[in-house]
Design a protein around this ligand. Structure first.
Ligand SMILES: NC(=O)c1ccc[n+]([C@@H]2O[C@H](COP(=O)([O-])OP(=O)(O)OC[C@H]3O[C@@H](n4cnc5c(N)ncnc54)[C@H](OP(=O)(O)O)[C@@H]3O)[C@@H](O)[C@H]2O)c1
Ligand SMILES: [Zn+2]
Ligand SMILES: [Zn+2]
Length: 368
């Protein structure tokens, strides 16, 4: 049984828990460093996973540094990481989908109430009672949940995904957030053959969006602030690349897009993109800058354009995305790093210096 007297992060093994190595931020300004956390011993429906790779999402940085304090303040110590791929080491007595030795993956959510209309619709990401993988109240141990910068995790099997066997594991890890966050709105807004689709920001999310838009058959245009990413954008599947700081280049595409996905992590002018939409075109934000973005309402009135947001994706759609990636052999372009380099990786993310996702080889945690 899980116990309530455990203080995760402070204690090693207590009844109902075992200790796990991790990397944590102790405050908004401290670097991530070695730390020990408690995980619950698997309950009947739980799967225990030895983590092999964990992607580094810009959301990890936002939260480690408490940049989203207005929406979800960070509780320290914070163990980020929600792009998790690993191998099953133990399963509870009621688990039916996994057995020890299987590959398994975990994304941004580890639980939800399973009863609300959103859960029943397979949209657990909109459940008012969901549990995010880290920095969210932990219903089992108290305190907050701890993410994938760790050597193990224990998750209810409903929130554990299957990884197609043909995919490179370091490159598959980022599919669990960057992949589903871009796949879901592409599917929702009908990106595909005969559609002109824009992707703003060629980072972790953006480069996956390009791969999906291309695989779905859309005419794909990348908007980047980094001239040195132009060749990569074409290699990743873009049909055209626009340097977004060049107003003339932008103007050539006015009123022409069916759909634009904006994956920028910082403040920027979204009205420049709204004006590129055709009638009934849609601009969806998946990027989550901490400050509000001003929207020109007239840009929306003209042409009945819409501006919306999207949050990761449900469990069934995440599995669909992984299977789609298996079929089309799609993985993230990764730079594999040891956990000791994660602070350096954060600094590079801030400078848009990422090609195109850092994936932490968790074997490195053994020597920390
Ligand atoms: N909605 C969701 O469910 C969800 C899920 C995951 C992440 N997110 C959020 O999505 C955002 C992107 O995450 P990520 O991991 O892909 O980040 P990332 O790898 O750091 O990529 C962000 C990209 O945005 C562009 N960019 C950065 N600063 C910019 C600026 N000032 N003006 C214009 N463009 C700029 C850069 O691309 P170029 O060099 O090409 O310009 C950069 O590579 C973050 O805010 C993250 O929290 C949301
Ligand atoms: Zn993420
Ligand atoms: Zn629910």
């Amino acid at each position: 049984m899980a116990t309530t007297e455990v203080t995760p992060g402070k204690e090693t093994a207590r009844p109902g828990t075992f200790s796990s190595k991790a990397f944590a931020a102790q405050s908004a300004t401290s670097k991530l460093a070695s730390h020990t956390i408690a995980r619950r011993t698997p309950q009947a429906e739980d799967v225990q996973i030895e983590i092999l790779f964990c992607g580094v999402c810009h959301s990890d940085l936002h939260q480690a540094r408490n940049e989203w304090s207005g929406v979800m303040p960070t509780v320290y110590p914070c163990v980020p990481g929600h792009e998790i791929v690993g191998r099953v080491t133990k399963v509870g007595s009621a688990v039916t989908k996994f057995k020890p030795g299987d590959l398994a993956a975990v994304g941004c959510m580890v639980d939800s109430d399973r009863t609300c209309p959103e859960c029943k619709a397979g949209l657990e990401q909109f459940c008012p009672n969901f549990t995010l993988t880290y920095n969210f109240p932990d219903k089992h141990l108290g305190g907050v949940t701890y993410g994938g910068y760790s050597d193990s995790i224990v998750v209810d099997e409903h929130f554990v995904l299957r990884v197609p066997g043909n995919l490179d594991l370091a490159g598959a890890a980022p599919l669990l957030c960057a992949g589903i966050t871009t796949y879901s709105p592409m599917r929702h807004w009908g990106a595909g053959k005969g559609k002109k689709v824009g992707v703003v920001g060629l980072g972790g999310l953006g480069h996956m969006a390009v791969k999906f838009a291309h695989a779905l058959g859309a005419h794909t245009v990348v908007f980047t602030t980094s001239a040195n990413k132009k060749d990569d954008a074409l290699r990743l599947g873009a049909d055209e690349v626009v340097l977004s700081r060049d107003a003339n280049e932008m103007q050539k595409h006015a009123g022409s897009f069916d759909f634009i996905l904006d994956a920028v992590a910082a403040e920027h002018d979204i009205n420049a993109y709204i004006s590129l939409l055709r009638r009934d075109g849609n601009l969806t934000m998946v990027g989550a800058p901490d400050k509000p973005l001003p929207v020109s309402v007239f840009g929306l009135l003209m042409g009945r354009r819409s501006f919306s947001g999207s949050l990761i994706g449900g469990i069934a759609e995440t599995q669909e995305m992984l299977d789609f990636c298996g079929k089309h052999n799609i993985t993230s372009d990764v730079e594999v790093i040891p956990i000791q380099k994660v602070n350096e990786a954060y600094e590079r993310l801030v400078k848009s210096d990422v090609k195109y996702r850092f994936s932490i080889d968790m074997a490195s945690l053994k020597s920390s």
